[in-house]
Design a protein around this ligand. Structure first.
Ligand SMILES: C[S@@+](CC[C@H](N)C(=O)[O-])C[C@H]1O[C@@H](n2cnc3c(N)ncnc32)[C@H](O)[C@@H]1O
Length: 226
C-alpha cells in the first residue's frame, strides 16, 4: 500500500479519530485504506459513480471487511447519520457544491464535512458557509506545483454564517490567522503571477483579478515580514 500523497495526508489529518467516514468520489480508495490501516476510522464507506472505480474499490473491499463500497451519485447512497465524516476530495468545486446541495439531510447529520477541490476552493467555501456550514479547521499543501486548500466544516446550528471577504474569503480565516510557510510562498508567487498578467493586459482586467490581487496583498500585509 503506497503512502498517502501530501494532499490526501492533509485530508486524513483532518479526520477525527474513531468516526465512520464516507469518502465520496473515492476512486482508487487510497484514503479509506489509509484511514483504516492507521486505525483512524473504524469503518469507511467509499462511494463512486463510475463502474471502473467501483469495480476497483470492490476488489480492495474483498480484502478489507471494514471498507464498504457503494455505487451512486454523491451522497445519494448514504442515509443521514450513517457517516459522521463526509469527505469530498479530488473533484471540482461545482461538483462538490452540487453534491452537497442535493443532500442537506445527509451533511446536516454529520459532524464534519471535509472538502479539497481541484480548483475554486474559495467559491466552494463561500457556498458552503451560505448553505449553513461553519469552518472548523484548514490545511494547505502544494503537490506537484499545485495548491490544495483543505477545509473542514460542520453544520452550523444558527443557520448561515456571515459571508467572508477579502483575504479571509480567498484563503480561509484559519489559514489567514496561522499561515504555514508553504502558503506564504504560494501567496507571494501568486501575486507575482497576477502582476505579470495585469502588466500584459491591453484591455480591462477580467472580473475578480484585481480583487484577487488585493486579497493577496492584504494577506501578505497582515502577516508582515516572513
Ligand atoms: C479524481 S478522482 C478523486 C479520487 C480521490 N477522492 C482523490 O482525492 O484522490 C474523482 C472520482 O470522483 C468520481 N465521481 C465523479 N462524479 C461523481 C459523483 N457525482 N458521485 C460520486 N463519485 C463521483 C469519479 O468517478 C472519480 O473516481
Amino acid at each position: 500500500m503506497p503512502a498517502l500523497s501530501a494532499r490526501l495526508a492533509d485530508v486524513a489529518a483532518l479526520c477525527p479519530e474513531g468516526a465512520v467516514v464516507a469518502d465520496i468520489g473515492s476512486d482508487h480508495g487510497l484514503l479509506p485504506l489509509a484511514l483504516l490501516r492507521m486505525g483512524r476510522a473504524p469503518r469507511v464507506i467509499a462511494v463512486d459513480l463510475h463502474p471502473g472505480p467501483v469495480a476497483q474499490l470492490r476488489v480492495r473491499a474483498a480484502a478489507e471487511p471494514r471498507l464498504e463500497v457503494r455505487a451512486g451519485d454523491g451522497l445519494a447512497p448514504l442515509r443521514p447519520g450513517e457517516a459522521q465524516i463526509i469527505v469530498l476530495a479530488g473533484i471540482g468545486a461545482r461538483l462538490a457544491e452540487r453534491i452537497l446541495r442535493a443532500a442537506p439531510d445527509v451533511w446536516a447529520a454529520a459532524a464534519r464535512v471535509i472538502v479539497q477541490v481541484n480548483e475554486g476552493p474559495e467559491e466552494l467555501r463561500a457556498a458552503l458557509l451560505g448553505m449553513g456550514m461553519e469552518l472548523v479547521d484548514q490545511r494547505f499543501v502544494e503537490e506537484r506545483g499545485r495548491p490544495f486548500f483543505t477545509d473542514a466544516l460542520r453544520p452550523r446550528a444558527e443557520g448561515p454564517a456571515p459571508p467572508l471577504s477579502g483575504a479571509a474569503a480567498l484563503l480561509g480565516p484559519r489559514l489567514l490567522a496561522a499561515p504555514p510557510p508553504a502558503l506564504r510562498g504560494w501567496v507571494r508567487r501568486e501575486m507575482a503571477r497576477l502582476d505579470v498578467i495585469l502588466a500584459g493586459l491591453a484591455l480591462a482586467p477580467p472580473p475578480g483579478l484585481v480583487e484577487r490581487r488585493a486579497a493577496l496583498v492584504a494577506a501578505e500585509t497582515s502577516w508582515g515580514p516572513a
